[in-house]
Design a protein around this ligand. Sequence first.
Ligand code: NVA
Length: 300
Amino acid sequence: MNLLNITDLEPKQIRKIVEKSLEFKKGLRTESLKGKNVVLLFEKPSLRTKLGFFKAINILGGSPIYFGPEEIGMGKREPIKDISKVVSRMADIAILRTFSHSTIEEFSNYSNIPVINALSDVEHPCQALGDLLTIYESTSLNFKDIKITFIGDGNNVALSLSHAILSLGGKFVICTPKEFGFGKTDITKTEQLVKKYGGSFHIESSPEKAVENSNIIYTDVWASMGQEKEISKRKIIFKNFQVNEKLLSISPEALFMHDLPAHPGEEISENLLEHPQSIVFDQAENRVWSQVSLLDQLFL
Ligand code: NVA
């Protein structure tokens, strides 16, 4: 099994991963990675994903081997195809964080072992699994009754999260500046998921309207890794899309989520991570438990 896009998982697999994550969080232990080597090839920095995977691999009895941005030179020092073939012979699972999604796709084409996307420019499926776990444990609602409103940049995190909740029949609203929403292909995919699983997907231009009756209000940075140079331009374009106390007060029952790192003063107001509606640090911790559960189920 590979996890390149969140829709590589069937809804029942997503549910199973989420439910079992909670069992691991409550103390369940298995040795499903005993004797296995898990290689992490990262082209970009990471805190939660890397630490979460290291801990997850240790919990399951496996060994993590990490290569940072300077070490591999994917497609530069060595062709992606050759790296993938070598890794397949030496490791049991490959976890990749790349600039381009096509790097992970090419790697997986030549791989004989499971490949996991630990963030690309297109998707962040591991974040979406942790987010679903956080929503599952923080609300008493079924996923089909959950409305997630994402404010800000229609990026990798937004796309995986939308596909995740729509696969479970839930509702997703996205509110971005023009030109920063999902592309045509992504919208077609969201519409297919709505048709298949009965949820809903809406694009809303006003943040105040978008958050009405939401269960979850979610945001992420305005410039993702690799887009840092655009931040001064983006600060102007995104200035009306900040999530702040006033916006949260429109839906006082809603919970606030952010995948971190956060930039207070930009996509969120100062101290919003500590707001009573925030579940951001539970969300961060849950990256461990959802990744334990994902790895545990890879070889089933
Ligand atoms: N959208 C962000 C997510 C970071 C976890 C990025 O790609 O930089």
